[in-house]
Design a protein around this ligand. Structure first.
Ligand SMILES: *Cc1c(COP(=O)(O)O)cnc(C)c1O
Ligand SMILES: [Zn+2]
Length: 409
């Protein structure tokens, strides 16, 4: 806004702001200069706003009393991005993405994990453990490093390498467990009671972690100036994120800050949808899912052994007049590409189910054109880069313009 000109880093020649990259006189690179006098005459708080926009600004609503126990890498405070391309394509006026890929370890799991790790410090634990489909593993390993805690992780054998690599590089002891996520869940629970480790598994198992998920609701409240969305679509595994967002809004309602809680929509993959199946069949009981078959590994939770957790989620979906639906792997792959190519938001398969689900809700006429919608996108594309695009061929050339021209033709 206050840039004035470019200046050569070699001969100090001044050049006006254009598409120049090097100085014509000496061939050195260029540096951007500003009118610092004009900048200094503004209000400095406006020019350099205070940092610290993270979940702990809501510390009075989080379950850690001793501030010295707080472990933070500035999780939360993620942007609410207005859609300009996809919204037009699907005929909506007010579509937003809550971009959770911006968290320190690349997924929203940093919110629950930061709270769980801080609570472990407050409760004087030295060792933490979690079962994870990958993102909670990456996150817990990250925060355990920061907090100097020993960290054990149990993951299903098919966990994407990006997430396992994050956990290992951060120094966690990663152990793969045969079978699906519920097997890892079971063994983490057994190990934590046998060895007296704090269990920071981010399902409903650890009550503190769930509180971190509430902060998504507080942020959406602030980011929309209280004009809340009508619908919030959430990628759903066991469902603590949906539940946590609902709980956050319930608190705001209790404080008299909002009148109505947005309709919560849980989206699962067709190949693992225990909660959606119960919703579709109008049942109150959840049955564990049998044969998992989906690329959305981060939400592939069969709920075996803790089926009742899914029932808590069903209740908040119904209480909010919301909905639950599933999407196919083909729809997930399309949504991954559309988010990246039309909005510049690069996510892993599980994170794209909220947008894929939105398209299906529109098809069945559940959503009005003028309603405000938030799709939560939960995890970064680099965590599982191979899953959505396996069949792309990239040209390789000699550094000759002729070869580029050949490709362009
Ligand atoms: C964990 C996770 C979810 C699902 O969260 P739940 O709170 O278990 O329902 C969704 N997306 C991604 C990328 C995740 O890592
Ligand atoms: Zn009980």
């Amino acid at each position: 806004m206050f840039e004035t000109h470019l200046e050569c880093l070699g001969c100090n020649k001044k050049i006006k702001i254009t598409d120049k990259y090097i100085c014509d006189i000496c061939g050195c690179s260029l540096d951007v200069k500003y009118d610092y006098e004009k900048i200094k005459s503004r209000n400095l708080e406006e020019i350099l706003p205070k940092p610290g926009y993270n979940i702990w600004r809501y510390k009075y609503l989080l379950p850690v009393s001793d501030e010295k126990s707080i472990v933070t890498l500035y999780e939360g405070g993620t942007p609410l991005i207005k859609s300009n391309n996809l919204s037009k394509e699907i005929g909506l006026e007010n579509l937003f993405f809550k971009d959770e890929t911006r968290n320190p370890s690349g997924s929203f799991k940093d919110r629950p994990i930061a709270v769980g790790v801080s609570k472990s410090i407050e409760l004087c634990f030295r060792t933490v453990v979690a079962a994870s489909s990958g993102n909670a593993a990456a996150s817990l390993a990250t925060y355990a490093s920061k907090a100097n805690l020993d960290c054990y992780i149990f993951v299903p054998e098919g966990t994407p390498v990006g997430k396992v690599s994050q956990a290992i590089t951060n120094g966690a002891r990663v152990i793969k467990v045969r079978g699906d996520y519920s097997n890892s869940y079971k063994i983490a629970k057994m190990a934590s009671s046998k060895f007296l480790w704090m269990n920071i598994t981010t399902t409903f198992l650890n009550p503190y972690t769930l509180e971190g998920d509430k902060t998504v609701a507080y942020e959406i409240y602030h980011q929309t100036d209280g004009v809340l969305p009508n619908w919030i679509l959430v990628p759903t595994g066991a469902g603590p994120l949906v539940y946590g967002i609902y709980k956050g809004f319930s608190e705001l309602k209790m404080f008299g800050l909002i009148k109505k809680i947005p309709k919560m929509v849980a989206v699962q993959a067709e190949g693992c949808k225990p909660i959606v199946r119960a919703f579709e069949n109008n049942e109150n009981k959840i049955k564990a899912w049998k044969n998992i078959d989906t690329i959305a590994s981060a939400i592939a939770d069969p709920l075996r052994g803790y089926e009742k957790d899914g029932e808590i989620v069903l209740k908040v979906i119904r209480d909010s007049n919301g909905f639950a639906l599933s999407v196919s792997d083909e729809e997930i792959k399309d949504a991954v590409k559309e988010l990246a190519r039309r909005e510049g938001i690069y996510v892993e398969p599980a994170a794209a189910v909220s947008f894929a689900g939105l398209k299906n809700l529109i098809k069945i006429n559940k959503i009005r054109k003028d309603e405000k919608i938030v799709c939560v996108v939960t995890g970064h594309g680099l965590k599982d880069p191979n899953s959505a695009v396996k069949d792309v061929k990239i040209p390789l050339i000699e550094p000759k313009l002729k070869e580029v021209e050949k490709i362009l033709n």
